[in-house]
Design a protein around this ligand. Structure first.
Ligand code: NAD
Ligand code: TDX
Length: 332
């Protein structure tokens, strides 16, 4: 049994991880989350009070961070500004949280000699051509495209430097696109599902040929627990579930699963600098650490996600109109 400090635990993937840890281990969890627009305490409803504690605070606040890190066994660092479209509109919070926040946590785990796991993204590797047989591996050179992915790349490099220069006991994972419950409606899949529920036509950027490599958030959580248990200090592990799909196919699948004509969507202004394709080769994680994803059927996982958004309108409704107004102002 250990006590984990989970940063960003009120966000999409962090909250899925907290539920996974409570359900599958006997660990205690402390969540540190600033509750930005992306954080939602309702995502942590129902957790047992004797194993879970919530602290509202900023990962860039050294005083708060130092005290919390001193009292736990390990830090699992999810907190970030996470949305590419927001980073194109206003990059500054991405630097504050993703760079300075990660630096602040690294200094605390260095001082207290605590285990650290850093959550990152496949977007640090840039993008691939549609017809390129290659996939990203742990050896692919960094080549980020957006303010979001460049600040995530910077945060990864800080972790590597703190391992090498200061002996910090850290691992890094770079995961592909997640889907599942508790994802903010600004993101692609929840935006389209909640559009259909609201009677709004889904919005596809450009031609919709861009490919993302989808993984269920619960599989991401089991991979992170595996790395915490058996990962080698200083190593990077890529997490993916062989889920490549183009955006047009995903929109059409959402529409047909929701009983709508498959062509009932609009093409809208493309994202600036839009990455074409991401694809993960997770051989190292599977071979060295014995991890395997459980959600092999994307259509079934998507249908369950649609059911979750239908059943949990109270969770997402307060944010929906503001998100759509923001996109409308950008022609998206
Ligand atoms: P999210 O935007 O849903 O949640 C981020 C959480 O961090 C929110 O609860 C927010 O309140 C909190 N937060 C933001 N700034 C903070 C600060 N300064 N101090 C404390 N808390 C702060 O993000 P997500 O999609 O759950 O992503 C979580 C992590 O996973 C990020 O590091 C992201 O880069 C990474 N990741 C995401 C995906 C994906 O598909 N969403 C894929 C790979 C990696
Ligand atoms: O309305 C939309 N229409 C559309 O076509 C939106 C919101 C998105 N898209 C496209 C853009 C992307 O090609 O769908 C794809 C997925 O978009 P996002 O959900 O914004 O995800 P992406 O930019 O791929 O980044 C996500 O995966 C990697 C997460 O937001 C990142 O935090 C993570 O690092």
């Amino acid at each position: 049994m250990a006590t984990l400090l989970v940063t960003g635990g009120a966000g999409f993937i962090g909250s899925n991880f907290v539920h996974h840890v409570i359900d599958h281990t006997d660990h205690q969890v402390v969540v540190l989350d600033k509750l930005t627009y992306a954080g939602n305490l309702a995502s942590l409803d129902g957790l047992p009070a004797d194993r879970f504690r919530f602290v509202q605070g900023d990962i860039a606040d050294a005083g708060v961070v130092d005290e919390l890190v001193g009292g736990v066994d390990a830090v699992v660092h999810y907190a970030a500004e996470s949305h590419n479209d927001n980073s194109l509109h206003d990059p500054r919070p991405f630097l504050d949280t993703n760079i300075i926040g990660t630096y602040t946590l690294l200094e605390a785990v260095r001082r207290h000699e605590k285990r650290f796991h850093h959550i990152s993204t496949d977007e640090v590797y840039g993008d691939l051509e549609l017809d390129d047989p290659a996939r990203f591996t742990e050896h692919t050179p960094y080549n980020p495209s957006s303010p979001y992915s460049s600040t995530k790349a910077g945060s990864d490099l800080l972790v590597r430097a703190w391992v090498r220069s200061f002996g910090v006991q850290a691992t890094i994972s770079n995961c592909s696109n997640n889907y599942g419950p508790y994802q903010h409606v600004e993101k692609f899949i929840p935006r389209q599902i909640t559009n259909v529920i609201r009677g709004i036509r889904p919005k596809l950027y450009g031609a919709g040929e861009n490919v993302r490599d989808w993984i269920h958030a619960d599989d991401h959580s089991s991979a992170v627990l595996t790395i915490l248990d058996r990962g080698v200090i200083g190593e990077t592990y890529l997490i993916g579930a062989d889920g490549e799909k183009n955006n047009k196919d995903v929109v059409e699948l959402i529409l047909s699963l929701m009983g709508q004509p498959a062509d009932a969507y609009d093409h809208v202004t493309d994202r600036a600098g839009h990455d074409l394709r991401y694809a993960i080769d997770s051989t190292k994680l599977r071979t060295d650490l014995g991890w395997a994803p459980q959600y092999s059927d994307f259509e079934a996982g998507l249908a369950a996600t649609i059911d979750w958004y239908r059943a949990n309108e109270a969770w997402w409704a307060p944010t929906k109109d503001g998100v759509e107004a923001f996109y409308a102002s950008k022609g998206q």
